[in-house]
Design a binder for this molecule. Structure first.
Ligand code: FAD
Length: 528
């Protein structure tokens, strides 16, 4: 046991846990709800199926850290095996893995969710002080100039020269050493993951965290969940060790993350039968990249990942006939470590090795699509309860991906790259910006590109009608009085920006409703 974080070796004879509120998952969603409820004097437990890896367990060796931080060793994909699902499974969740770019949910997206999907109580006005609170707690600010690594500098200059809409990126960091290991876990707790922010703050208020404990099945009585059955995970094998623990609580919150919450709920037969929208409207911000080879050393794996970004293409543009023109994504400088680069470049002795040999001079750009709302996917579970993600890569999505590849190549050349390699399996390589039209010949379909999905959402869409949504605007699952969802599964579409701040802000609202249901009030915000 460390502080009040229990681990698989601590469970001994423990067979039952009781609390006012039981939260499943310790990421941005779960840890935020825990903190807000603990501040209100509510007795909270968090169940986390992953292990506890504090900063002291990180040694700045890429593969050692990735083994702790990457869920399923980053080998999980959609059903086409074309998109790598990236997320974290450990105390602190994916925030231990993330880059810490911190965007407020754009007001246009909140307005869309209200007008088109019937969401109430999450307006830009309501969320503004909550965003400010989150920004204060997570030390969110623009990166200072010395935080820009070479790729960040070149990218910024290129974007300015191209006249694209660029901006310094807000970052959740404090006391950064510039080691560049953000994505594998910060060894000095400078990155403001939940391990550094809401988790210690909740522990100090009495929250108990049970790591290596996987939530399995709810027991329902009438319109309430009364118990949760959970399995202890043997960390070395990442498998249940046969021991089970029952959790009894007045309220339950599912915050298992976008890749797990819909699957967890689909594995509860009562909910699967009652809620036809469960698992539907699922998206994950498909992400592609372009590597550039430069004359000068880039060393992209040092300092912070993306100090500067392009949001001028955030919203897609269509012509008067509704034909796609461009956009629908964010574009930023890339930062990958050597191991991940080797893993994502297809092939070996047929040219791929050359890029690895010259890795000190490789930089690049990466972007993620704001999934088109008419071309979303679906999460299902198979007969063994195993998650299956079906994502169609529809016609507009394909156009958006092609446009993103072009913009990523253009910015690399403008930044001085001598050649650019795209993220298709044929490793299409351009020798100058004049060859940009060759991107039109790249086959864009499942299985033809190396795609990554870091930002899942949907599958438990918030709304008013139980036939088309899973929770109401108070985050409560339709038809179950004491069951709430607090993570991006409730978003009706993607937030169109990196989601961590949106997830936390929505979780403040979830906590407000849970506290109210217990006759309590959440604490005043720090800035009000
Ligand atoms: C490489 C990478 C970089 C990113 N960079 C950024 C960025 O710069 N800015 C940004 O805003 N976002 C970024 N993101 C996305 C962001 O990190 C996530 O969207 C966010 O952290 C998700 O929070 P969450 O609480 O929804 O889920 P998670 O953080 O995934 O937490 C869910 C937790 O629930 C646990 N769990 C699941 N099932 C069970 C179960 N049955 N029982 C018990 N526990 C369970 C999981 O182990 C996990 O720890 C990035 C993501 C990745 C992968």
């Amino acid at each position: 046991m460390t502080n009040k974080i229990f681990e698989h070796t601590d469970y001994g004879q423990l067979s039952e846990i009781t609390a006012d509120v039981c939260i499943i998952g310790s990421g941005c969603g779960g840890a935020t709800v825990a903190h807000r409820l603990a501040q209100a004097g509510i007795d909270v437990v968090i169940l986390e199926k992953g292990g506890y890896y504090p900063a002291s367990t990180f040694d700045n060796r890429e593969l050692n850290q990735a083994a702790k931080v990457d869920a399923e060793r980053a080998l999980s994909t959609d059903t086409n095996a074309s998109t790598m699902l990236t997320y974290g499974e450990l105390v602190g969740g994916t925030s231990v893995h993330y880059w810490a770019d911190s965007y407020r949910t754009p007001a246009d997206r909140l307005a869309l969710w209200e007008s088109q999907y019937g969401i109430t109580g999450h307006s830009a006005e309501k969320l503004a002080p909550i965003f400010a609170d989150i920004e204060k707690i997570h030390h969110i600010q623009e990166a200072e100039p010395f935080r820009y690594n070479k790729m960040n500098q070149l990218f910024k200059e290129a974007v300015e020269a191209l006249g694209w809409g660029g901006h310094p990126m807000l970052q959740a960091r404090s006391g950064c050493s510039g080691s560049g290991h953000c994505m594998q876990g910060c060894a000095i707790d400078a990155k403001q993951s939940q391990l550094v922010t809401h988790i210690p703050a909740s522990l100090a208020l009495g929250t108990r965290i049970y790591a290596d404990l996987k939530a399995d099945d709810f027991v329902f009585e009438g319109h309430r969940v009364t118990q949760l059955k959970a399995s202890v995970i043997d960390r070395a094998r990442n498998r249940p060790n046969g021991k089970t623990i029952t959790v009894k609580a007045k309220h339950f919150v599912v915050a298992a993350g976008g890749f797990n919450t819909p699957a967890f709920l689909l594995n509860q037969p009562r909910l699967r039968d009652a809620l036809p929208a469960l698992g539907k409207h699922f998206g994950f911000n498909p992400c592609t990249y372009a590597h550039g080879l430069f004359d000068e050393p880039i060393i992209m794996w040092r300092n912070i990942p993306a100090a500067y970004g392009v949001d001028g293409f955030r919203l897609p543009r269509f012509d008067a006939k509704g034909q796609y023109i461009e956009g629908g994504y964010l574009l930023v400088p890339d930062q990958i470590q050597p191991g991940l680069m080797a893993y994502t470049i297809p092939g070996f002795n047929d040219g791929a090795a050359e890029w690895m040999e010259k890795m000190t001079h490789v930089g690049g750009a990466i972007g993620w699509l704001d999934d088109h709302p008419d071309e979303l996917g679906e999460m299902k579970v198979d007969g063994n309860g195993v998650r299956q993600i079906h994502y169609p890569y529809g016609p507009t999505t394909q156009k958006m991906l092609r446009d993103l590849m072009k913009k990523a190549a253009i910015v690399n050349f403008k930044a001085g790259a001598r050649k650019v390699m795209l993220g298709d399996l044929k490793r299409t390589t351009l020798n100058s910006v004049d060859e940009i039209d060759r991107i039109d010949a790249i086959e864009i379909k499942p299985g033809s590109l190396t795609l990554v999905a870091p930002h899942p959402f949907g599958g438990c869409r918030m709304g008013t009608d139980p036939k088309t949504s899973v929770t109401d605007s108070s985050h409560r699952v339709h038809g179950i009085d004491n069951l709430f969802v607090a993570d991006p599964s409730v978003f009706p579409t993607g937030p169109s920006v990196d989601p961590s701040v949106s997830i936390m802000a929505f979780s403040y609202i979830a906590a407000e409703h849970i506290a109210n249901a217990m006759g309590k009030k959440t604490a005043p915000l720090q800035n009000t």
